[in-house]
Design a protein around this ligand. Sequence first.
Ligand code: CDP
Ligand code: MG
Length: 754
Amino acid sequence: MPSMAQGGLRKSTENHNQLNRNFPNHDSFSRKQKIAQHRKSLPIASVEKRLVDEVRKNDILIIVGETGSGKTTQLPQFLFNAGFCREGKTIGITQPRRVAAVTVAKRVAEECGVQLGQRVGYSIRFEDTTSGSTRIKYMTDGLLLREALLDPYLSRYSVIIVDEAHERTVHTDVLLGLLKDVQKARSKTFNGHLNSESKTTDGTMLDKDNGAAAISFLKQSQGGKFPPLKLVIMSASLDARGFSEYFGGAKAVHIQGRQFPVDIFYTHHAEPDYLDATLITIFQIHLEEGPGDILVFLTGQEEIESVERLIKERLQRLPEGSQKLLTVPIFSALPSEKQMRAFAPAPTGFRKVILATNIAETSITIPGIRYVIDPGFVKARSYDPLKGMESLIIVPTSKAQALQRSGRAGREGPGKCFRLYPEGEFEKLEDSTKPEIKRCNLSNVILQLKALGVDDILGFDFMEKPSRASIVKSLEQLYLLGALTDECKLSNPVGQQMARLPLDPVYSKALILASQFNCLEEMLITVALLSVESIFYTPREKFEEARTAMKCFSSPEGDHLTLINVYRASDEFLEKRTMGLNKEKSEKILRKWCKENFINSRSLRHARDIHSQIRGHVEQMGLCIASCGDDMLPFRRCLAASFFINAALKQPEGTYRALASGQVVQIHPSSVLFQAKPECIIFNELVQTNHKYIRNITRIDYLWLSELAPQSNLMVTGSFVWQWLFNLVQPLVSGCCLMAMYNDSMRSFLSRHL
Ligand code: CDP
Ligand code: MG
């Protein structure tokens, strides 16, 4: 067992975090001492002075260090203590994941001995805990991008730390390009020579061309003098070369980590059912191995919840003495107080098994882990630019991910990692994960860049350029939605309004249209419910009961109306049953109602939150908020007008053909239209497992499409002849050839801008 002097943390409850507990006064002193001791023991502690010096000396610094070495929690505190927040400036730290922003901010607030929202706070989409006195602000990378819309110089920040840069989320990649420009522009304003050479803070000359590029997108903002911006890029991947090259040879500092040996075990054969293999392995470890918590990597909420249930079932069959196993889920959609449970120690004598998504790979470090189970899969975004279809698919991890996962077992002492695939498979894995920008729909990002005044998307300084085909497809989509003018500028007011809403462009457009169809109340509910994980809870053992409960809400018109029925029923219930009760009691009663109706109360609560926030946005925008009451026809017409890009027609054999892409898809069994199979539908989501399933579907009238969405005629594959031709030549066409297939209007729009 490593001693504290060696830096390893002993596996004892003393060293766990107990963040969500209220400590009586006599405990809080010793807790403070323990935290101080823990901070001193982190690898980063010994290089505090050096790191602060390097940030002073370099405008851009890259810091590379093992997960758990203290980068995320400590560096902002070092910089704060070194005076980087003078004159009311803030240190901003971006995270790719909401959970990381929340848990880390809470931890750092506690380490600093301040209340969350004071000196330390976090801000994520639909949740902001910061105040005027916040100086260390954790946020998602997407949120900082949105802030740039309102404050293009990011003037409140003295330092921006882009954390977990190795994850290469699409927002991180765009942010890196943007920050490069903001930094140059701020240097220029500071030196007061907008049209001449200027110096960076370390005295080197900034060339004119770079500065000009930077200023071009900032030219619309008011002038002003801003102190230079420091950039720190932090990464857990040991290869800093890519970042360093991108930032013109920026300096990289490596923090020596502490990693104990981890024994890796593989299966003899490929596992046909990795969830079952996971369960068997959990119980093998629990019954046969020494103390230590288990971390299991699963692909998403559904998988996590199903494994959690199965563990509980199997535990009951074990003899009483062996039942001391506590399951704790952690994934992004989990409310934050529940997320904190992963960090709290298990009760004495219990072993904790944490069921996590790949969030626990590098974003968060959970103490106490000695065993890792890695089935070898991850849920990833995938985008087909030719079809314009984005989907979530479960794919094998990369080698880099597998190594990060196993590393989690060796943080505090020697550990074991069980990879649930044969050893030969490891060699076949990709070395590292493809950056997200290469496999996602770019409409959202392009809309934001356009709103920032970046007109030349192809010329934007991306670390890795997205394919021409996906830029073309996203421009086409934005044009069809009316967000771009023929000149490829953001349209006014539609494009401008869409850019202001923190939603996928398709949903933003749906809200704007709904105000014209007098059904914005209904669309707000729909968009809120589509923004959370499934609202229905269908436990396997009570499948029939859950189905019957769902029928009470289901609408023959489809899933969107069904969602509205659930929301309205919950509103009615709250109105009738919780009058005069305090918040806590009302929530308790609502939870009970949810349980009786097989509704996921967590998702419903989250949706209600999102609903009130988006309502605030659309009120501010001055949209007309009206309800269509019980006549849902205008609402369905509005759905057709909004989601025409995802319209599909029934095929003779009962499958559907998506009109825009020509793809053959099937209705997901969870849809209320699974049996009814109407002739023409619109859908919101494509999920690819063994089949291409569509979810969230509503019946529409085919004729509405040409009436309400005439722009759908601009789509390349508007007719079946086109679809047939398109499918035939699709493997041969590249982004450029694709141009030849657009109809005249779309072709002239695109050719003017590419
Ligand atoms: O960013 P990096 O992976 O280098 O490390 P970190 O997130 O700053 O974590 C440093 C230490 O703080 C780890 O040993 C974690 O166990 C601990 N930590 C914690 O106990 N609770 C949190 N919510 C976050 C970090
Ligand atoms: Mg970190």
